[in-house]
Write a protein that binds this ligand. Structure first.
Ligand code: PLP
Ligand code: COI
Length: 341
């Protein structure tokens, strides 16, 4: 077998582990045999529902080596719960919590030998696709589905490690429809692609598009958006228009633990200039971790936060998050699931 490339130097999500877990649904119940199988291609009907009507949902979570030599999945139960909610929204068969949880743990245990050391991690991608072979089923759900879990050894999502990102504001086109933003479905990413590519074509230095329809900030294409200063941490309040990030909720909890005042409310683009003069901005996400934002382009004029470099509050919150993910601090919130002890 040819040797796999170093996951720390190739693009995020392009190296795949040797083992995966799969389960087909039968009468709405996923049949998991209890054993992983070799990573490989599927056979799928050309009429499969997902291929025509986008009945597909996914999750993204990570397992990290701990300082004590064990491996722990970060916030497994929260990702399982969100995937069940996404499946329900697309009227796909909803996996029961125990089966989905077990399949994720089994895939990680099978691939333990491929998990890179920190700052690398194992990215876990559970996915459900509608498999009913029926191209007439545009307005009916897929009666059958395939649930699969694949894993990737990963390094940084944003090339260049922890560095100030550049965002570009998109005020006209929303990332997705307002009621669907909270669903982790491939269709949302497909919808965001054209506006993202069009905006990025204006400036090759742009890392992410900041969606802010009519001046109301929601999120970027792959992460949630935060503002912070020495006293406060601010992010949008939960509504159906954007993905309810598990990292977002972790950052809010850790910020409160560190003594910050935590504020969840609408954020207007018009507020950014004032924040940039005295505060910081960052993104949160499983892939993005906690990434500083240096510059936001678009709008009336470009906005540079501070001196354009990562701010102290951003770095403090990032360290607090990474320490809990890597087992360097106590798991006060019960977020770690140890898989190999
Ligand atoms: N928003 C979008 C559009 C995303 O793709 C992600 C990544 O999963 C997030 C936010 C952050 O979510 P989480 O922290 O659960 O990974
Ligand atoms: C994640 O952070 O898990 C995501 O789904 C982002 C993805 C675009 C890589």
């Amino acid at each position: 077998m040819t040797e796999k490339p170093d996951p720390m130097t190739v693009p995020f999500g392009t190296v795949f582990c040797d083992w995966m877990a799969t389960a087909h649904s039968e009468n709405g119940v996923y049949q998991y045999g209890g054993a992983v199988e070799a990573y490989g291609d599927f056979s799928l009907s050309p009429a499969a529902h997902a291929l025509h009507y986008a009945s597909a949902v996914f999750e993204g979570l990570k397992a990290h080596w701990q300082d004590d030599g064990s491996l722990a999945i970060f916030r497994l139960d929260d990702h399982v719960a969100r995937m069940r909610q996404s499946a329900e929204q697309l009227r796909l068969p909803v996996p029961d919590t125990t089966t989905l949880r077990q399949m994720i743990v089994d895939s990680v245990e099978a691939n333990v030998g491929e998990v890179p050391p920190a700052p690398g991690s194992l990215y876990i991608r559970p996915t459900i696709i509608g498999t009913e072979p029926n191209i007439g089923a545009a307005a009916t759900p897929s009666s059958e589905a395939l649930l699969f879990i694949v894993n990737c050894p990963v390094g940084d999502y944003f090339k260049g490690g922890v560095r100030p990102l550049t965002l570009l504001i998109e005020e006209e086109i929303p990332r997705t429809t307002p009621q669907f933003g909270m669903v982790k479905s491939g269709a949302n990413y497909a919808m965001a692609l054209a506006p993202t590519l069009d905006a990025m074509a204006q400036n090759s230095a742009v890392d992410q598009i900041l969606f802010a329809t009519g001046g109301d900030i929601t999120e970027t294409g792959a992460a949630n958006f935060f503002l912070a200063d020495n006293e406060r941490v601010l992010t949008r309040q939960l509504d159906s228009s954007f993905l309810h990030g598990v990292t977002r909720s972790s950052v809010l909890a850790l910020a409160a633990d560190l003594g910050y005042e935590v504020d969840e409310r609408p954020i207007a683009l018009s507020e950014l200039k004032e924040w940039a003069g005295r505060g910081e901005a960052f993104l949160s996400g499983t892939a993005a971790v906690l990434s500083p934002v240096g510059t936001i382009l678009g709008g009336d004029s470009d906005i540079v936060f501070g001196d354009g470099q990562p701010g102290p509050n951003t770095l403090r919150l990032r360290e607090s998050l990474v320490a809990i993910q890597n087992g360097r601090s106590d798991d006060l919130h019960g977020w770690r699931t140890t898989v190999n002890s």
